[in-house]
Design a binder for this molecule. Sequence first.
Ligand SMILES: Cc1cc2nc3c(=O)[nH]c(=O)nc-3n(C[C@H](O)[C@H](O)[C@H](O)COP(=O)(O)O)c2cc1C
Length: 374
Amino acid sequence: MSFNTFGHLFRVTTFGESHGPAIGCVIDGCPPRIPLTESDIQPYLDRRRPGQSRYTSQRQEPDAVKILSGVFVDEASGAQVTTGAPIALLIDNVDQRSKDYSDIKDKYRPGHADYTYDVKYGLRDYRGGGRQSARETAMRVAAGAVARKIVPGLNVRGALVQMGPHRVDRARWDWAEVDKNPFFCPDAKTAAMLGDYLDGLRKRGSSIGAVIEVVAEGVPAGLGAPIYGKLDGDLAAALMSINAVKGVEIGAGFGAAELSGEENGDEMRMGNDGKPLFLSNQAGGILGGISTGQPVVARFAVKPTSSILIPRRTVDRYGQETEIATTGRHDPCVGIRAVPIGEAMVACVTADHYLRQRGQVGETPAWPFTPPAR
Ligand SMILES: Cc1cc2nc3c(=O)[nH]c(=O)nc-3n(C[C@H](O)[C@H](O)[C@H](O)COP(=O)(O)O)c2cc1C
């Protein structure tokens, strides 16, 4: 069986193919009385949309979202709010060019999922890859916009921190830069060189990978469901489910292997707000699968786009050896548009765990505890 539903209490089911008439999702479990209109969702979709710069696919999709159900105008406030019923969202596909794919309909693109879909299902939608296409991720971004509204004070932001050999300089990190360049790069100096770098790659008909970092602030302490629903485990699964993602790390991640215990363990002091103050955040805001109240920090590695102009050796679905060179419209670095998608997945996981925490524990216990009388 295939599996198109994500989450436990905040549950998202997506549907639709890259070159079908529309894509959509149904969000079930969203609490009632949350103000929600299309204008809460559209800005996030606009950030993921293709065709916005010469560094992403030139497919022109307005990605205009429609809310089909699950909202109603609240008489008291006059605002459109969620009702608690399933929220169905729909986006029309308007710029499909299925002909682009007819030359490669029987051939498998190295690095793509053409072979695995064919060998599993016995057929595949070669028009843009059907469900294997990242077109589906537009619906994750739409669901993420709703998820952000569920957790009070949640702020989820993402940035591209590496493209090929070019890493950002963290000393120059400026969140305000992220929306000022077409790469979602927080370091203006690195961003300034990425354009020429990508132009060179595109001229060669090639592509490149990237690393994205997502930081969620305002995640309350106590979210996560040990043992098999740990917050870090669910984040890893959610980020890994994004197309082309090949690695996920939380906090120090793989770097923790090089650290000593005293370098890695985040020391604690008491903050002026009566909460613990961590002196560092190697844990990425999660200990024992439960949020600490520090920012949750996740990074994921995105592989280079598989559809490239450079001829590659492959086989076709009839077992013949052949060559393939992909034409059509593709992102030279899919990691760029993965930034808003990563943010959305982190928002969805956080909202799901926020509701699960409310369901099981209710109010998080008041901390610090009163010492027992002796
Ligand atoms: C935003 C985004 C856009 C993508 N666009 C393309 C594309 O134009 N061409 C391509 O070959 N792969 C593209 N991909 C990657 C493929 O969807 C992905 O590699 C493929 O489904 C195989 O899955 P896997 O890489 O996760 O194993 C894109 C991925 C993302 C996140």
